[in-house]
Design a protein around this ligand. Structure first.
Ligand code: GTP
Ligand code: MG
Length: 197
């Protein structure tokens, strides 16, 4: 599914320029700098497919990576703080929200949460929105390499507890690291299961 694919990419900075719907789409959402673009590169085994940066606000458009016509991965701009103008952030935040609530072929959203920080209020707002729109989502903890072993279980437990009352949440939480490759096989399996449904 992932090998050798993702050669065709489209970008959209407004609703009118979204590509036509084709097959399933899976979106990667999360706060700025959480590691969305890095995770897409790890998932596809490409190092430079999605552009990454140390500075929050790298991804400024919705980027669509077509995996052979069956599945499209969508790299999203981050919400929250970004090192660009407020007007820019406001424009793309509006686009993120419109896309997440209105895309008919959006099969799942992977909501990325920094394993060190857990679910923040603006993550909660996005989850509220996905619950309200009945869009299926799964939580992916990122940067697992930055946590001590003893901290990991506590973070997983706290995150599970926060999801318990959320109707659209997929119960399993995937702990990943784009640095070490931890959890990437699990994430690939999750995507494959979704397509088999
Ligand atoms: P925006 O597009 O700006 O919203 O950011 P993003 O969510 O796409 O994050 P990106 O993938 O650009 O990564 C942001 C920073 O986090 C970079 O400095 C990455 O090297 C770092 N990073 C990404 N994944 C990991 C990880 O698994 N572990 C660690 N330690 N750092 C990571
Ligand atoms: Mg990015």
């Amino acid at each position: 599914l992932f090998a050798g694919a993702a050669d065709f990419a489209t970008a959209a900075d407004k609703l009118e320029s979204l590509p036509p719907m084709q097959g399933h789409e899976i979106a990667f959402a999360g706060r700025s700098n959480v590691g969305k673009s890095s995770l897409i590169n790890s998932l596809t085994g490409r190092t430079t497919l999605a552009r990454t940066s140390h500075t929050p606000g790298r991804t400024q458009q919705l980027n669509f990576f077509d995996l052979g016509g069956k599945l499209t991965l969508v790299d999203m701009p981050g919400y929250g703080y970004a090192a660009v103008s407020k007007a820019k952030v406001a424009a793309w935040t509006e686009l993120i929200h419109a896309y997440l609530q209105g895309r008919a072929n959006l099969a799942r959203v992977y909501v990325l949460i920094d394993a060190r920080h857990g679910i923040k209020p603006n993550d909660g707002e996005v989850l509220d929105e996905l619950d309200a729109a009945a869009v299926s989502y799964q939580i992916v903890l990122t940067k697992g390499d930055a946590l001590k072993k003893s901290e990991i279980q506590a973070r997983l437990d706290a995150t599970s507890a926060a999801l318990a009352r959320r109707p659209a949440a997929y119960p399993e939480i995937i702990l990943t690291s784009s640095r070490t490759g931890e959890g990437i096989a699990e994430l690939r399996a999750s995507v494959a299961r979704l397509l088999a449904e």
